[in-house]
Design a protein around this ligand. Structure first.
Ligand SMILES: Nc1ncnc2c1ncn2[C@@H]1O[C@H](COP(=O)(O)OP(=O)(O)OP(=O)(O)O)[C@@H](O)[C@H]1O
Length: 611
């Protein structure tokens, strides 16, 4: 039964990933679309339940009147059948109707909507460029994705369970009261109007306070997560108070914003009780007056009193629901600031797959200043023939990583073109482009999964033997076999800590090398691929690398010039431009920048200030 209702919606069903709408209502609508049929059923079932509830109160008034008008012994004889029907209805049909309403609310709606929102938001974020993530805190983003799911789901739940239900309840009550005597409906409708205006007034302020509160909460999460994930840097550099002050200032702001929010809550409860006091008196006075005139019965007066008391109790809850709704609206708006951001690196709708044949790479007038008008790359023209091995050299900040990042289309070049086998990287499908390039970077980040999962990330469908062979080639097999994590998983099953912290830098680099060996892509990019290795392992890996390079087009960045001296060609960069280009011997003979770098390498290292 539960499963049936839970499976009415599949929150992870395929959807066209487009930029989520940036406005609240449009965003909600996009998420309600798969639910629309069942939301309509839910709305109808909500009306039925609310009407049954109001009807019940008025029926209790009728029972009082029946009691007053009948001799004690004759009640069952005269009204037995009616009372039995009512009792059976209350014991069977009513619970079934309420159960159906809750199955739709909890199983159909609540159990699916959170995950649909989170999944879609996460999927969209995964498609963002690296530039987007460089400008955001990972902690804040994850907080927003999580909160967004909860806010949309709970907000919708409340809209049905609270607002819709109460609206029907109040309208139903007004109709029944008007049936008893039209005057009785007047105070109820007046109350409903004043209540609605007051809710609107408070809720608007709550929305603002809630958005600020939510923003402050995200900032605290971001700073706390940033601290935990960079704990080593903090231990090494932060003095006693710096880091504490950083988080504390965010927490103070969070406290302040929460206090502002709570003040509104207190104000609200005060105003609510005044409005409700008016309802009680406003309803009782005409009811008693009508009764004194003989216009209505005692049972009807007592039903009106019961209704007033019930509304009195409900009003606090309705107010709370509406407040929560606006609070959620604030959270959603805050979340959309990160989530409803268009991708800046996008595939054209019918982008073709990159077809790599010879693997020729061509940079044509490529300029990229990271949107700042300077720095980065400046008019790069470079053609790398198929199978050529190019060493990229230059001081720190010369633009080497920028060049390969643009090749991988981590960003779109501001001007110029990058072609692989005559196909512009900006026009082919991004996944096909990145499948064609194997990259080992200086910061060999591993995922917080098993070693096996990390290596297989290179080629998911590879078998165990191929995976182990790749690890052996990367000189990683031996140390992997010795690994054992805290939970006792060993070898390839051992879990790597977040970003691979449980492995040494050299070990991480070797695992990521195994991943690239397994990937076996036609283009290879090595960005300081062996920088973390000791010279003994490096020597062994160099052979592996040369093996790996066979038949591939290679761009290798290295500060240690000895590692790239044997390349077919060396390209020297400086301040975003190519300043020299030739073989090691030719460049040495030319006695220019490269020759100076070579001469200055003390211990094989290129210093920051070398020129
Ligand atoms: N994400 C970024 N946003 C803004 N500017 C950037 C960004 N990444 C790099 N730059 C700038 O582009 C220039 C080239 O940087 P790049 O990282 O390409 O140099 P590099 O030669 O690879 O340096 P290193 O050898 O230190 O890795 C630098 O001036 C740098 O400040």
């Amino acid at each position: 039964m539960f499963k049936k209702f839970e499976n009415l919606i599949d929150p992870f069903a395929f959807f066209e990933d487009a930029t989520p709408p940036a406005t609240l209502w449009a965003y909600l609508k996009s998420h309600y679309h798969p639910f629309r049929k069942w939301l309509a059923v839910l709305a109808i079932s909500g009306i039925i339940v609310a009407l049954v509830e109001t009807g019940l109160i008025f029926y209790s008034g009728r029972v009082i009147d029946l009691l007053g008008a009948t001799e004690p012994g004759g009640l069952m004889a005269r009204h037995g059948a009616e009372l039995i029907v009512a009792a059976v209805f209350i014991m069977t049909l009513r619970p079934v109707m309420i159960a159906l309403n809750h199955l739709l609310l909890e199983q159909m709606l609540a159990s699916n909507m959170q995950e649909q929102v989170r999944w879609r938001a996460h999927k969209h974020l995964l498609g963002q460029s690296t530039g987007y993530f460089q400008n955001e805190f990972a902690g804040r983003l994850s907080n927003r994705v999580m909160q967004l799911g909860e806010a949309v789901e709970d907000g919708t739940y409340m809209a049905f369970e609270g607002v819709w239900y109460s609206l029907t309840y109040v309208l139903g009550a007004a109709v029944i009261l008007a049936g008893v005597h039209p005057i009785l409906a007047v105070p109820l409708l007046l109350w409903a109007l004043i209540f609605a205006l007051y809710v609107r007034y408070i809720a608007r302020r709550v929305a603002v306070a809630s958005e600020k509160w939510s923003d402050a909460r995200s900032t605290v999460t971001a700073r706390v997560v940033d601290a935990y994930s960079n704990i080593e840097t903090i231990k090494l550099f932060a003095d006693e108070g710096t880091e504490e002050r950083y988080v504390l200032s965010a927490m103070r702001r969070l406290r302040l914003r929460f206090q502002r929010f709570l003040r509104l809550m207190t104000e609200l409860s005060f105003g609510l009780n005044i409005i409700n006091g008016v309802l009680i008196v406003g309803m009782l006075t005409p009811a008693i007056w009508l009764w004194s005139d003989g216009a209505i019965s005692v049972g009807e007066v007592s039903a009106a009193i019961a209704l007033t008391i019930r509304l009195n109790g409900m009003s606090g809850w309705i107010m709370w629901v509406v407040i929560r709704l606006f609070e959620h609206a604030g959270v959603i708006r805050e979340g959309l600031r990160s989530v409803a951001v268009p991708h800046d690196v996008v595939d054209q709708p019918d982008a073709p797959t990159l077809k790599v044949d010879a693997a020729k790479i061509e940079f044509r007038g490529v300029t990229h200043h990271y949107g700042r008008g300077r720095g980065g790359l400046n008019g790069i023209d470079l053609t790398i023939s198929p199978g050529q091995k190019v060493g990229l050299v230059g001081r720190s900040g010369a633009g080497k990583s920028s060049l390969v990042n643009l090749l991988l289309r981590m960003r779109d070049a501001e001007a110029g073109q990058i072609l692989i086998d005559e196909q512009d990287v900006a026009t082919v499908r991004q996944t096909s482009l990145r499948q064609a390039i194997g990259m080992v970077s200086q910061d060999s980040a591993l995922l917080h999964r098993s070693i096996r999962a990390n290596i297989l990330y290179g080629r998911a469908q590879a078998d165990e033997a191929a995976m182990v062979a790749a690890a052996k080639q990367a000189e990683a097999h031996a140390f992997i076999m010795d690994l054992r994590d805290a939970e006792g998983r060993a070898g390839y099953d051992a879990q790597v800590g977040e970003r691979g912290v449980k492995l040494s830098g050299g070990q991480r680099q070797r695992v990521s090398l195994a991943r690239v060996i397994l990937k076996d892509a036609p283009i290879l990019v090595l960005d300081e691929a062996t920088s973390a290795l000791d010279s003994e392992v490096e020597a062994a890996i160099q052979d592996t690398l040369f093996d790996l390079m066979k038949g591939k087009t290679v761009i290798a960045i290295a500060h240690r010039l000895s590692t790239i001296a044997q390349m077919d060609r060396i390209v020297v960069m400086d301040a975003g431009r190519i300043v020299e280009d030739g073989t090691h011997d030719v460049l040495l003979a030319r006695d220019g920048v490269y020759a100076a770098l070579w001469a200055r390498q003390s211990g094989g290292f290129l210093g920051e200030n070398a020129e």
